[in-house]
Design a protein around this ligand. Structure first.
Ligand code: B1M
Length: 210
């Protein structure tokens, strides 16, 4: 019998092969997908984070852990999606210019999609003008920006400036998030909303659409 703790351990060790076996076993045993995400996959990243901070884990190892988490997510994701839900609205989202962190963004996409939104993922390191180009191309209701670095969070402000310069600001709601981001910062840079995690981001999207 597979355990959630073994899944966390796989994420910690970057064990791509075993994570697939264990996550599939938990699914087959009837463990709730959201429990596998929170208590297995994210719990593993939560062990990685302080080790990275204290210098006990290095960038290549953390990337292996991130890949392992994403590999597990791929198996769970289809189970929390419901293709029959009519779209509640369209969102584009990206990690801002200079920032390569995407685990939180990907998690948020999964949650928001599972609640009926159509989401277009612009990826990471998204330049200011590329957000604008994507708004013109996709005509979204909501634009989401993610940043995990104190050095890149200011790119949210320059992206909003670019969107204003291109005359697109009034067409959309802008929501932001990521570890260094706060409600106060969101107010300061003129974003419409902030959420601290993926679950509250879903409620935030609902508020933006109402
Ligand atoms: Co980076 N990194 N990292 N890193 N990394 C942090 C962020 C850091 C806090 C680690 C530390 O403690 N020192 C630190 C930032 C310090 C700071 O700026 N104050 C840091 C650093 C310094 C760096 C590098 C500069 C390291 C280096 O090269 N010397 C470098 C920068 C690269 C770059 O981006 N240009 C770097 C690189 C990396 C990796 C590539 C190795 C890897 C990223 C892999 C990937 O994402 N594919 C990585 C990782 C994994 C981390 C930590 C360990 C974990 C981040 C994570 O995935 N958390 C992180 C330490 C930490 O967070 N304590 C760290 C799990 C995830 C589920 O949570 O991303 O917070 P999170 O997302 C949440 C919320 O924030 C929120 O919802 C999500 C889900 O609940 N949220 C939103 C996120 N986006 C949102 C958008 C919204 C709303 C909510 O609306 C649109």
């Amino acid at each position: 019998m597979a355990t959630l703790q073994e899944v966390s351990q796989c994420v910690l060790e970057g064990d791509l092969d075993n994570v697939k076996v264990l996550v599939q076993a938990l699914i087959d045993e009837g463990t709730e997908p959201i429990v596998i995400i929170n208590e297995g996959l994210i719990a593993g990243m939560n062990i990685v984070a302080p080790l990275f901070k204290s210098g006990e884990m290095f960038v290549p190892e953390v990337m292996e852990s991130a890949d392992t988490m994403n590999e597990g997510m791929k198996l769970v994701k289809p189970l929390i999606m419901d293709g029959d839900i009519p779209s509640k609205g369209k969102m584009i989202i990206g990690t801002v210019n200079g920032d390569l962190h995407d685990i939180g963004k990907n998690l948020l996409i999964m949650m928001v999609e599972s609640r009926g939104y159509t989401v277009i993922d612009l990826g990471v390191d998204v330049k200011e003008e590329d957000f604008s180009a994507a708004i013109k191309k996709h005509n979204p209701d909501i634009v989401g920006m993610s940043s995990m670095l104190t050095t890149t969070m200011m790119k949210m402000e320059s992206t909003i400036a670019q969107i204003k310069k291109d005359g697109l600001r009034d067409k959309i709601k802008i929501i932001i998030g990521g570890a260094p981001v706060t409600q106060e910062f969101a107010n300061d840079i003129g974003a419409d909303g902030y959420s601290m995690d993926a679950s509250t981001a879903v409620e935030l999207c609902d508020r933006m659409m109402s």
